[in-house]
Design a protein around this ligand. Structure first.
Ligand code: BGC
Length: 385
């Protein structure tokens, strides 16, 4: 394997810290269907490389640097708290930073952690394409990197990826709309609008792809109609996953297409922050029958709306499970072992497939939220009042 030979050569020249091989950093923006394998390493090689990283990381110290994108959205606070707690419980020292959704801040936090000599980095990126340079430094310093929830693209410094099954998230949202409108049997046509996430977040492509694989056939057959005409990913993306931007776009869609009393039957929203924006827009300017609306994350505000009938479904991603799997990866790395993964095919970051652990997302509705969220201790009844 060319990549392996180059890797071995370089590692003798530089330091034992070159653990993740030398895949090219092309402009290939990976998505659910990425299949460009020109210069990429197969997943087995990545796993070997990760093992080399593990070997490098066992040279003393037990500090884990954790970088989360923002405190603005509920989920990342939860992720951060879970990670910190579980890492501390496992005996690690934790340096945790939140990047205020600002790429430059995130880069500088990572650089500081590298120069402080953390042993492992766990990073949830803001923009998956923006961390190449700082992570080169991590690689040179022999610091293994775990990509957390969002895949870091075009960097050969990534040892592992821990996330939820992002394609399945979208698929479940699409299936929910399909069932709720009874697309198989009802005559239709039904009106649909689509609101997805930040184009710099690789997950957004997976959510969109999973949902559209379910819904596109009905759009093609005419049973689903998108009156705004906005269907392509680029047209339905929401920068920064911003509630306000989703709301503004939905306001415009409503005034341009639904102000004459036309019914909107469903809105595919990739997550809760965008779903809230859509719900706000509907509350302020829509007069027709209330549509089916999806979401993701089970943020408190959205679960309250789920109970109140303003959001039809949510996707529950138990961030405690994700933290647990990530801590297991950290443990494996620190002990010089290979970490447990369950997907070695789906997540190509442009330098090869990254060995991945996928946690399972679950559909949450007004009917099962108590069991999923309260009985499991994720929230208390009080939290949702
Ligand atoms: C996460 C979602 C989240 C979104 C916005 C995505 O990368 O997977 O759970 O809603 O970012 O923060």
């Amino acid at each position: 394997m060319k990549k392996r030979v180059v890797s071995i050569l370089l590692s003798t020249m530089v330091v034992a810290g070159l653990f993740a091989g030398c895949g090219t950093s092309g402009d290939d923006s990976s998505s659910a269907s990425s299949s460009d394998t020109k210069t990429e390493a197969p997943a087995e090689d990545k796993a070997d490389d990760a093992k080399e990283a593990s070997d490098t990381a066992t040279t003393g110290g037990n500090v884990v640097g954790v970088v989360m994108p923002t405190k603005d959205l509920q989920r990342w606070n939860q992720d951060g708290q879970n990670m910190e707690q579980q890492l501390k419980d496992a005996g690690y020292e934790v340096d945790i930073q939140y990047s205020n959704n600002d790429i430059a801040t995130q880069v500088s936090q990572i650089e500081t952690m590298i120069s402080n000599g953390v042993n492992v980095l766990v990073i949830a990126s803001i923009d998956g394409e923006s961390l190449g340079t700082p992570l080169e430094k991590a690689k040179e310093a022999g610091i293994p990197v775990i990509s957390y929830d969002r895949l870091i693209m075009n960097s050969d410094a990534i040892s592992y990826y821990a996330t939820f099954d992002n394609y399945m998230v979208g698929q479940k949202q699409g299936e929910y709309i399909k069932e709720a409108l009874d697309l198989e049997n009802a005559e239709g046509p039904f009106n649909l609008e689509i609101v997805t996430g930040d184009p710099g977040d690789n997950n957004a492509q997976f959510f969109y792809g999973g949902a559209m694989d379910v819904l596109q056939p009905y759009i093609d057959s005419g049973k689903l109609v998108v009156p705004s005409g906005q269907i392509e990913f680029a047209k339905v993306a929401t920068a920064d996953w911003s509630t306000e931007k989703a709301q503004n776009r939905m306001d415009t869609i409503i005034s341009g297409n639904y102000s004459d009393g036309t019914n909107l039957d469903a809105v595919l929203c990739s997550n809760d922050s965008t779903s809230l924006g859509v719900q706000n827009a509907l509350a302020s300017s829509y007069t027709g029958e209330y549509p089916v609306i999806t979401g993701q994350d089970c943020d408190v505000a959205n679960v309250k709306n789920l109970i109140a009938g303003k959001q039809s479904m949510d996707i529950f991603k138990d961030t405690r499970d994700l933290a647990n799997q990530t801590v297991k990866m950290v443990d494996a790395i620190m002990q010089g072992k290979e970490a447990e993964v369950n997907d070695t095919e789906s997540y190509d970051n442009g330098t090869g497939v990254i060995p991945t652990y996928l946690c399972e997302p679950k559909v949450c509705t007004a009917d099962n939220y108590k069991e999923l969220l309260i009985d499991s201790g994720y929230y208390t009844e009080e939290d949702l009042k």
